[in-house]
Design a protein around this ligand. Structure first.
Ligand code: KG4
Ligand code: ZN
Length: 376
């Protein structure tokens, strides 16, 4: 079964063709992130306009591997080669979501193909079921194609249930119990800010603009503990709390306080910026690893699945892989970095494994779509 998946929940316009929920035939991502740089955050109106501009070219690009001839139109190609359309309906920015939803509905209506509404946050975890092949990325107009080197090639025999799934992105930090590929139960989530938001805020405070977690990761890698003259103590919020919830807003404030202190004491320089990045990354990743492992033990999980943009973090991956050695019956699964951040391939995977086709007239964009599902 070939699904054409469309994702436009935020500042990425993405389309992908996924076969049988696992095989990526194409994966195209256009991002307007650089356009928001000067505003210090995503401007919803700008993001929505870029979505409108990019959605059709991105879909056409995603369909290219399926085209049988140069004169085959987009609708003809979908008619001939696609079995269903999947689209993100929420959560996300309303203007951005509407672009993808209305485009997908139009395609479904014209081609008479089934349409499957998808929850973006739940879909993230299905990146773990994809075989990584290649990913096309487009930053403000320039189409580039890069081949991915998979960190861990997916093998369907290695994901065993029950699994604990951590979805950790710019807007969400959620823990789920996956009893099977279809059966999900929400176990806990952040009470305030998401881990990605904390990375993003710290990056802005440290002068990295909108480059977020990637900038923190790169700068933290330059820091060596032996050279440090200062302590930059940061809390590990809710680490000793019994629940499987998280909180990152206090950590954000603590970072701000520590940076102010360094500036007041005239100790704010490249070295302390590197150390601050290192400490922020340690604090966030400590909490994510500890709480996820606690959930895995509580529910006797056989696998842990990581997903969402923050799961691309190298230090987080290292910590999970080194800590898990103590547990010889749990395996860790992490998609390649390009499949962690927003793209449409996992939207197609989710639609295949868990989606339900719905009358196109009943599909609407839902910016605050719930991410809490099932009962443990
Ligand atoms: O999943 P995603 O692409 O979009 C949302 O659904 O939110 O996640 C974006 C988030 C941003 O907060 C970004 O800073 C973070 O993922 N991120 C990272 C890394 N790459 C992306 N955080 C830490 N380390 C990274 N390497
Ligand atoms: Zn996302």
């Amino acid at each position: 079964m070939k699904i054409l998946a469309i994702e436009t929940s935020c500042d990425e316009t993405a389309a992908s063709v996924v076969q049988d929920g696992t095989k990526i035939l194409s994966n195209v991502v256009a991002s307007s992130s650089a356009m928001h740089e000067k505003y210090g955050g995503i401007v919803p109106e700008v993001a929505a306009r870029e979505q409108l501009k990019c959605v059709i070219p991105v879909i056409i690009e995603a369909l290219k591997p399926l085209k049988t001839g140069v004169n085959v139109s987009m609708f003809q190609c979908i008619n001939d080669s696609i079995d269903a359309i999947a689209v993100t309906v929420g959560p996300g920015l309303i203007g951005s979501l509407l672009t993808g939803v209305e485009t997908a509905k139009t395609i479904a209506y014209v081609t008479d193909k089934p349409i499957i509404p998808v929850n973006h946050v739940l879909a993230h975890m299905y990146a773990n079921f994809l075989e990584p092949l290649s990913c096309h990325s487009r930053e403000d107009g320039n189409l580039t194609s890069k081949t991915q080197i998979p960190d861990q090639v997916w093998d369907d025999k290695t994901i065993k249930f029950p699994a604990i799934s951590l979805v950790v992105s710019g807007g969400h930090t959620e823990l789920y119990l996956m009893k099977s590929v279809k059966e999900l139960c929400w176990l806990g989530g952040t009470l305030d800010d998401a881990a990605g938001e904390c990375f993003d805020k710290a990056a802005r405070l440290l002068g990295f603009g909108n480059r977020g977690g990637v900038a923190i990761q790169e700068t933290a890698a330059k820091f060596t503990i032996h050279n440090s003259q200062f302590t930059i103590p940061l809390p590990r919020p809710m680490l000793n709390d019994d629940s499987l919830n998280f909180s990152f807003s206090g950590l954000k404030t603590a970072i701000l306080r520590e940076i102010d202190k360094l500036k007041r004491n005239q100790q704010y320089n490249n070295r302390t910026i590197e150390q601050s990045s290192y400490e922020v990354q340690e604090a966030i990743t400590d909490v994510l690893v500890e709480k996820t492992l606690r959930a895995a033990q509580k529910y006797k999980a056989k696998s842990i699945l990581l997903s969402g943009g923050v799961a691309a973090n190298i230090r987080l991956r290292e910590k999970f892989f080194s800590t898990i050695k103590q547990f010889n019956n749990i395996t860790i699964h992490v998609p390649s970095p390009e499949l962690c951040t927003d793209n449409a391939a996992y939207i197609g995977a989710y639609a295949f494994f868990r989606g339900k086709s719905t009358d196109w007239k009943k599909i609407t964009a839902v910016p605050d779509l719930a991410v809490e599902v099932g009962e443990a």
